[in-house]
Design a protein around this ligand. Structure first.
Ligand SMILES: [Zn+2]
Length: 286
């Protein structure tokens, strides 16, 4: 069930969009579809001050609200959509999956804050057009899902808790049970996040990894004996889940960009000791 990262379509490409030349990453795997909008933001191009400099998109990290809203407006403008079409929810490192249906979309269109009454979730799924799903990350793994046949999108936030809780696998299974999606029709893109090079874990996490991946532990944990430290491969742990849910290997793209190694381009909570901004992964059906 495990396989070498080298087999995956690894490329992401960087574009500078809109009159402001906002830098965004995209996956060729998903960019081939005209009816799909997707992107990964960087930390560049915004107005937030350190330690949120500069394109922080999350309001829960201590940044000034007006800066966050200005950055979101800039993103919307660059994408050619309204910031009203962004849909994000409170993330709690759990495994709740939120289905955004017609009613919630109607709430968006009426400019109501529909997220107020919705329980926290770390995965979003919808078949509704013009709902731009967003998740905010700084080391956690963003996973974009697209059933190109049935036109269903999903977006997953997988830190270590979500990963050992099998949130990627559960989200694909939800798409299969709720919409009848077939694994072969679902494309998956794994965005920039902390890599196996930098993600050192303690015994508490190691125990959970062993519980959730008893057969694959040796693929997921690297022990650096000279440092006496364990490193966890979050990317591979999510790839294993996607394969188990029936997604063919050829449908999975991995950015292979470590946020801690590239903290000039991305926010990294680990690198910046928890005080930093959040970049976003986004996906929308047109
Ligand atoms: Zn790294």
């Amino acid at each position: 069930m495990t396989t070498s990262n080298a087999n995956f379509k690894s490329a992401v490409f960087l574009s500078e969009i809109g009159s402001d030349h906002l830098p965004l990453f995209h996956f060729p795997l998903l960019a081939q579809f005209n009816d799909l909008l997707h992107f990964i933001t960087t930390r560049q191009g915004g107005c937030s001050d350190p330690p949120f400099s500069s394109f922080n998109l999350a309001s829960h990290v201590g940044d000034r609200e007006e800066h966050v809203l200005k950055n979101r407006d800039k993103l919307a403008k660059a994408l050619g959509i309204s910031a009203k079409h962004f849909f994000f929810n409170h993330q709690e490192h759990g495994t709740n999956i939120l289905l955004i249906n017609h009613n919630q979309k109607a709430g968006l269109d009426n400019d109501k804050n529909s997220t107020d009454v919705i329980p926290a979730s770390d995965a979003l799924v919808t078949d509704q057009k013009n709902v731009c799903l967003l998740i905010f990350v700084a080391d956690c793994v963003p996973i974009l899902l697209f059933d190109y046949r049935k036109k269903i999108i999903g977006l997953v936030h997988a830190g270590w808790k979500g990963t050992v809780g099998l949130i990627s696998q559960k989200t694909v299974q939800f798409m299969q049970s709720h919409y009848g999606s077939q694994g072969q029709d679902i494309l998956c893109a794994i965005g920039p996040s902390i890599g196996p090079c930098c993600y050192q874990i303690g015994m508490d996490v190691l125990v959970k990894v062993r519980e959730s991946f008893p057969q694959e532990e040796h693929h997921l944990i690297c022990y650096a004996s000279h440092l006496k430290k364990h490193y966890f491969n979050l990317w591979q742990a999510n790839i294993i889940q996607l394969l188990k849910a029936g997604i063919p290997e050829k449908n999975i793209a991995l950015a292979e960009l470590c946020t801690s190694c590239h903290s000039d381009q991305f926010f990294s909570s680990r690198k910046e000791q928890g005080l930093t901004g959040r970049f976003a992964a986004g996906i929308m059906l047109r």
